[in-house]
Design a protein. Structure first.
Length: 200
């Protein structure tokens, strides 16, 4: 099975917030009666990575499911804003090799803003993050250890329709297809080797 990667290279929902966003990479769920596009969400079976380089804004839920995550665009002291007006923000990370969170640059601060919703999946991530609930006086933070114009693809996504982006590779098939989706500025990458990285 080849590595599935999903990149958010530019601002998503900057012009108009998306209704919701579900981004998933993984292997096909082979359970009886599972849809072909269903992903096995057992942490030990998650594969692939999601990279979020710039801000994302929705009115509803943001759900990210992958074995590993890279947050930030590589610049020093970046503040990455993930905002939902009334939904939840959830990160579902794997437990295998390469799982967890990686900072895209030193001094990264992940700012998560909700309008009454919850944030899950970042506890123990090693990231410096701050959660603000705009409907309450309470906010929390954890500490361990602006962008160019949106591309045309990001503008297409920036509407009020629910967006679901799935990557699935059947466990039973020997596929030679690479899985790459870029949202924002396109990248050029031919890497299927985990030791190589893709750059703009």
């Amino acid at each position: 099975m080849r590595l599935q990667v999903l990149f958010f290279n530019g601002i998503v929902g900057g012009t108009a917030a998306l209704k919701s966003l579900t981004a998933s990479t993984g292997a096909q769920d082979t359970a009886t009666d599972a849809l072909y596009s269903a992903i096995d969400t057992t942490p030990a079976n998650l594969v692939g990575t999601i990279t979020i380089k710039e801000n994302i804004s929705t009115t509803g839920d943001q759900t990210y499911t992958a074995n590993g995550f890279t947050l930030g665009n590589g610049t020093t002291n970046q503040t990455l804003d993930l905002t939902t007006q009334s939904g939840n923000i959830a990160f579902n990370s794997g437990s295998g090799l390469g799982s967890g969170f990686t900072q895209g640059g030193s001094g990264l601060i992940v700012s998560l803003t909700t309008g009454g919703g919850s944030v899950s999946g970042l506890s123990g991530s090693g990231l410096n993050y701050h959660v603000t609930d705009t409907t309450a006086s309470n906010s929390s933070s954890s500490s361990t250890s602006s962008s160019s114009a949106s591309s045309s693809l990001a503008n297409v996504l920036a509407n009020n329709l629910a967006q679901q982006i799935y990557f699935s590779d059947p466990l039973y098939a020997s596929s030679s297809m690479d899985g790459n989706v870029s949202v924002g500025q396109p990248i050029l990458c031919n890497s299927t080797d985990l030791t190589q990285s893709c750059t703009n």
